[in-house]
Write a protein that binds this ligand. Sequence first.
Ligand code: AMP
Ligand code: ZN
Length: 114
Amino acid sequence: MSDCIFCKIIEGEIPSTTIYENESVKVFKDIKPVAPVHLIIVPKMHIDDTEDINDDNKAAVAECLNAVKVAAKLAGVEKSGYRVISNCGKDGGQTVNHLHFHLIGGVKMREGLI
Ligand code: AMP
Ligand code: ZN
C-alpha cells in the first residue's frame, strides 16, 4: 500500500534496523522502544489489522507468529520471557494500519494486561 509506513519499511524505502526476515515476514526494532527489547513483527503482505485477517492471508499471519520465537531468541529473551501485543483500531491504540505484533521484553513486566 503506497502510503503505508510499514510497507515502505518492507520495500526498503524507509530505513529500519532489521533483525530477521524471510519471504513473508520482517522483524525490525521499534523506533520508540518502551522496553529494552521492543521488536515489530510484520507480514510483508499488507493486512490492515486483526479485523482484516481472512482465509486468503491467514498463512502470512501464522508466519508472523512463527517468527515470534525466532525473534525472541535473536533478542536473547527466549528464556526470560516476553510479551506479544497487537493493537487493533482506535480503542486498541493502533497508530500504524499495517498488522503488526509488538514483541516486548528484557524487563520484568507486571502481571496482567494493563
Ligand atoms: P501501534 O501503535 O500498535 O500501531 O504501533 C506502531 C509502532 O510502530 C509504534 O510503537 C511506533 O513507535 C512504531 N514505529 C512507527 N514508525 C516506525 C519506524 N519508522 N520504524 C520503526 N518503528 C516505527
Ligand atoms: Zn502496509
